[in-house]
Design a protein around this ligand. Structure first.
Ligand SMILES: Cc1cc2nc3c(=O)[nH]c(=O)nc-3n(C[C@H](O)[C@H](O)[C@H](O)COP(=O)(O)OP(=O)(O)OC[C@H]3O[C@@H](n4cnc5c(N)ncnc54)[C@H](O)[C@@H]3O)c2cc1C
Length: 480
């Protein structure tokens, strides 16, 4: 035993990763989670009735499956199983075949016709050296990257906007849409600098590790993290809503699995003025409006291959995506929003069993302005339905039930989803990489107090890497 004591505030995937790492290193660890069960935005429930498995937050895991933190904790030995759909992603288009991302660079490029060679040129080095790129990118940006040459090669195009890069590199609507759809996972207009980085990275991850779901539901990732934690003697207090840090004054390390505005609300927060200013300057971004559907059968996609895609980007061509994201960034609800769809059942049939056998559970959200309040119930749901219907005529007829969560409802469930922002703070401009603000030690607020959330590098997503870096900072801090 190291004899050190750590308290983790918040039982999301980052908090639990930090807790599991510290417990494994011999620390005495307790996690305090405000809800009755841990998991944060990475849980599962039977929201659509007995026999259904619904993921109220995260659904598919291009970063999770390659995460060094998750690999290090050997989550597969604790019950986690990744399940892959036939295709990681598809992007349907009006009146033409959908663009499809395959698990291989060659197959994806072959499907893109005259843009195949350009697709290979842009993604070939990333797919070949994906582990090096993951090492470089899933950590703080202000450091010497572990693989500088790979970083330099990636940086040459990553700094551009996705919109510019697609216009320079591709000629076909399919290749352009496939790239830009991935780029806007950050919920920022694809005309902004650095958005090309996400287009390239998400694509390359799909063509290597894939974009899998967790068999049995996203909650299985959390179950595996909890299993590692408890196997090493860690404890979870839930529900336990922490409001005052004085309670933990005697701990060697307190790790906050929170975003900056939540941190600033804590009583007893003892940080220097520079740190406080960085947290106060933190900006939150656009939100999502989530709708989970129960269907009587599969989505009747016009291009049948789309049924085999785990993730579907529903918006239309690049012009449609640009218009939708520009409206959201300007605070307006678009008529035709960008809709993220996850078809977990294409990978994992266990999502509808027993009384729900034969049904389909369809996970969707639309990008909406920060804190968007719809004028009447069902308003955003209807826009999501119209967008899917556009590429899957007859979709309306298979909808049996739907449960929706507005940005305000998401935030009431999980206070880190401020205004529905699932990234823990806007992923655009310098804030994309400098999280939270300009500092060489982004996971350390002061000695003994650490930050582990999507507001720190490498940013949003269920990969546990922010927790991993915060735990490393705590171990280093306790030694010096
Ligand atoms: C609708 C939606 C879809 C998403 N889709 C994906 C996806 O497909 N793939 C992906 O990788 N990511 C996705 N994400 C993002 C991903 O879920 C988050 O980036 C991730 O969960 C962040 O993890 P975290 O541990 O930092 O924080 P969280 O998951 O937010 O966990 C923080 C925890 O802290 C607890 N807490 C807060 N305040 C207190 C307090 N004062 N005391 C005690 N406990 C407290 C909360 O209850 C929560 O459990 C999605 C998010 C949402 C909302």
């Amino acid at each position: 035993m190291s004899g050190q004591r750590a308290v983790v505030v918040g039982g999301g995937p980052n908090g639990l990763t930090a807790a599991a790492m510290l417990a494994r290193a011999g620390w005495d660890v307790e996690v305090h989670e405000r809800l009755a069960v841990p998991g944060g935005a990475a849980t599962s429930s039977d929201l659509l009735g007995e026999g259904t498995v619904v993921d109220p937050g995260a659904a598919s895991f291009p970063f999770g499956v390659v995460s060094p933190a998750f690999r290090d904790l050997r989550l597969e030995e604790h019950g986690l199983e990744w399940a892959h759909a036939p295709y990681p992603m598809a992007h349907p288009l009006d009146d033409r075949p959908a663009a499809v991302l395959h698990r291989s660079l060659e197959e994806t490029a072959d499907g893109l016709g005259r843009d195949g060679a350009a697709w290979r040129r842009l993604h070939g080095h990333l797919v070949r050296d994906i582990d090096a790129h993951v090492d470089n990118l899933l950590g703080p940006v202000l450091r010497v990257p572990p693989h500088p040459l790979a970083m330099a090669r990636f940086g040459a195009t990553a700094a551009l906007s996705a919109d510019l890069l697609t216009r320079l590199a591709f000629r076909s609507p399919a290749a352009r849409a496939l790239f830009v759809g991935s780029a806007v996972h950050t919920i920022a207009p694809p005309t902004r600098p650095l958005t090309a980085a996400f287009g390239q990275l998400f694509g390359a991850l799909g063509m290597s590790g894939g974009w899998p779901v967790a068999r049995g539901g996203t909650g299985r990732i959390v179950d595996a993290l909890v299993a590692v934690l408890t196997a090493h003697g860690g404890r979870i207090h839930a529900p336990s809503d922490v409001t005052d840090l004085q309670e933990f004054a005697d701990a060697d390390a307190v790790i906050l699995n929170l975003t900056p505005s939540q941190v600033l609300r804590l009583r007893g927060l003892d940080v220097g003025p520079l740190v406080r200013r960085r947290l106060e300057r933190w900006r939150y971004g656009p939100g999502v409006h989530k709708v989970d559907f129960l269907l009587s059968g599969p989505v009747p996609w016009a291009d049948e291959r789309v049924a085999g895609a785990g993730t579907v980007h529903v918006c239309g061509d690049v012009d449609d995506v640009r218009r939708a994201e520009a409206a959201v960034a300007a605070g307006r609800m678009p008529d035709r929003p960008f809709v993220m769809v996850c078809q977990q059942q294409a990978a994992d049939p266990s999502r509808a069993t027993g009384p729900a056998a034969g049904r389909q559970v369809l996970w969707t959200y639309a990008h909406v302005p920060h804190g968007y309040m719809q004028p009447k119930p069902g308003f955003v749901r209807d826009r999501i339905v119209a967008q899917i219907e556009r590429f899957a005529p007859g979709f309306r007829d298979v909808v049996v039930d739907a449960v929706e969560h507005s940005p305000a409802q998401l935030e009431a469930w999980n206070p880190g989803l401020v205004g529905g922002d699932l990234a823990g703070g806007v992923m655009s401009g310098l804030q994309t990489v400098l999280r939270p603000g300009f500092t060489l030690r982004p996971h350390r607020l002061r000695r003994g107090l650490y930050l582990a959330s999507g507001a720190t590098p490498p940013g949003a997503g269920v990969h546990g890497m922010s927790g991993h870096w915060a735990a490393r900072a705590a171990i280093r801090g306790s030694a010096g």
